[in-house]
Design a binder for this molecule. Sequence first.
Ligand code: MBD
Ligand code: FE
Length: 284
Amino acid sequence: MTTTDPSPTAARSGASATEAFRASRPQGTGTEVSAERVSAVVQAVLSGVHDAIRRTKVTYPEFQGAKQWLIEVGESGEWPLVLDVFIEHVVEEVAADSQHGTQGSILGPYYLPDQTRLPSVARLPMRSDEKGTALVFTGQVRNLDGQPLAGAELDIWHADDDGYYSGFAPHIPNGNLRGVVVCNEQGRFEISTIKPAPYQIPPDGPTGKLIDAAGWHPWRPAHLHLIVRAPGFRPITTQLYFEDGEWLADDVAQATKPEPVLHPQPTDDGRLHARYDFALEPLG
Ligand code: MBD
Ligand code: FE
């Protein structure tokens, strides 16, 4: 692979996800955890692994193969991808226990902060020849009592018509199909974009190779990613899927839920229109 290679390879998207994750972390995070907590969590994880080895009678060649795979995940920068695809959904499930309002879903590896701020009626930044079915996404942000939240924000990002994310594929301009939409005084928004394609785990990296070796499929259903915020309210990280979308019932990341699903209707001018309203809970 050369630096002028424009193809969105796993090595590139994986390494960029590792860089994006590092950049998003405050310095020194992690040092405030007590020894009791570290011991409890790590013991539980290790005993789960020990049990799996006993149950499946893992052999020495398999153990050394696993070691090699783990080294490759680190070297390729795919730890954010591996963890968000196979594990984050359970962390989100635990977090959801104490969350009211709109159902959340996982953040995933491709969020980028500080994107272009856009007015309540906006078109996401896109290429002049952006492929895909035009999609108009409208809705309202409210509190749990149904009162509109003026000044709410929708931080939105999604894949293009080929399933690639800007910032993680060198052929796509920075900021493409990403934006922070500021809702109007009634908490309403109207976002023009295109319908994303399903996402495929890159086949050429260690995550894709593991999926292939296990005989699983590498697909996530098409989705919009969102962080919905308003001052004084708990932000919600979620994803919206498309009714009848491929892989909706069989997401490799197990992050789909019945509620956050769009039901797009065709418009007279050949676009799709989807509506979704969000409910935020006050900060505790
Ligand atoms: C994605 O686009 C995604 O949303 C998740 C959770 C994992 C991998 C790719
Ligand atoms: Fe995604």
